[in-house]
Design a protein around this ligand. Sequence first.
Ligand code: HEM
Length: 507
Amino acid sequence: MKSSPSFHDSWFFIFFFFFLVVLSLIIFFVLKLRVLYCTCEICQAYVQSRWTSHFPNLCDWYAHLLKNSPTRTIHIHVLNNTITANPDNVEYILKTRFDNFPKGKPFSVILGDFLGRGIFNVDGDSWRFQRKMASLELGRVSIRAYSFEVVNQEIDRRLTPLLESVCTRNEILDLQDVFRRFSFDSICRFSFGLDPKCLELSLPLSKFAVSFDLASKLSAERAMFASPIIWKIKRLFNIGSEKKLNQAIKIIHILAREVIRQRRKFGFSDEKDLLSKFMTTISDETYLRDIIVSFLLAGRDTVASALTSFFWLVARHPVAEAAILHEAYKVIGLNKGPTSYEQIKELHYLHAAIYESMRLYPPIQFDSKFCLEDDVLADGSFVKKGTRVTYHPYAMGRMEEIWGSDCLEFKPERWLRDGVFFHENPFKYPVFQAGVRVCLGKEIALVELKSVAISLLRRFRVELVDGQEDKPRFSPGLTATFRDGLRVLVRARSSVSSQIINKNEKL
Ligand code: HEM
């Protein structure tokens, strides 16, 4: 006859069970640490932040490493990250083997709290659905003329008056901050059909902008931890940076919910903006909220970043500035700004200058995917399943074999053939990404960038204040941000015609 287990037997089983759990945890951490701990020079320089004594930014160090790699591909063991600046690899990842390099779960977990199920953070059916909806809207030819109208209204009603008032007071202005506010207003009007100034918000708009920046910065920092366990534990206990991230996201959600509420209030079935289109098919409030956050991120930070580096470069290159003004005089005449989308299309030198500026300072400096199954990149580099794979537009803009020995110089002419803008292979210049998931807002962004650039350059002269001459330092974040802003003095230009004659003398 079987006897029932004694008191001692039960304790033995409980003790044995806990022993097994603790043992498995120890084995798990030891295995993890073996991956995390690597004695190679690059990993040690990363872990101990030794690169900071030689390079102003992490992207500059990566560019240096990639330049010195024969294949233009490196692997950072402690991050399990393969990074490439080789255009053939970029084409392989973004087009040829697109299905094997999705955003992937690790990436979507890192950005999940901030971006949720928004287009930037999903793969598969959810991505296909949002891409189809957005491309139906953003792919329309008439959308460019519409974005021209929205952006130029914002320039005339808000941007120009603001700069005029600063001019008369002779104040130092942070142009990066101005561009962020401008692009935020523009994307809200364009994508959601709403003017953010008219939203009934419980907090000032600046609070949302600050929360947006913080959420972008802290989410990007999660990816820099050698192991996700560290930020996950902080999130579990809601401490430190994770507590701040949580608070910032809550504030962003208030804004997104208000956008949805207002859109419902004004009606959406007959409206032409992007959000109204989504609202006709989606009723899930959280899903709509995530879509809004992704579009805000897409349209605000990228455009502001591109404008900031463009004005920084143009202020340091008076010959290029003169050429931009000269072309504008020929195309637009004596008007202060462009009067139609057709005129914008004719500004080839300006287009080239904007492309050149983003070649050196791409708004999204690097972009990561996730390798689903073992693969071999076009340059022969083996990539193990589960590896993070990153292409690096910032480093690619500094590669001699792509751009020639003058690759570090700002030369808009390199984009022109007989005075007409010439498109390069998008895999050499993946600033808007390329291949299957290429940016959907590229054309709209270019209309916005060209309109702001020409309208401001014709009205104002932008002078960098001391200390802004040096190479920019960037803050960590999903898009490139000048750590100290772009501090400038803005001077009103004299009449357009005299300005052309003076500048022509410099040409
Ligand atoms: C200078 C401005 C811009 C740059 C440099 C830029 C660059 C990019 C890049 C690199 C990606 C891929 C990001 C990723 O893999 O997650 C992307 C995606 C995207 N962009 Fe842009 N973008 C700009 C402006 C805009 C604007 C103004 C809009 C909207 C009106 C927009 C809409 C999108 C969308 C919807 C995607 C997601 C595409 C997808 O995943 O299928 N972008 N953009």
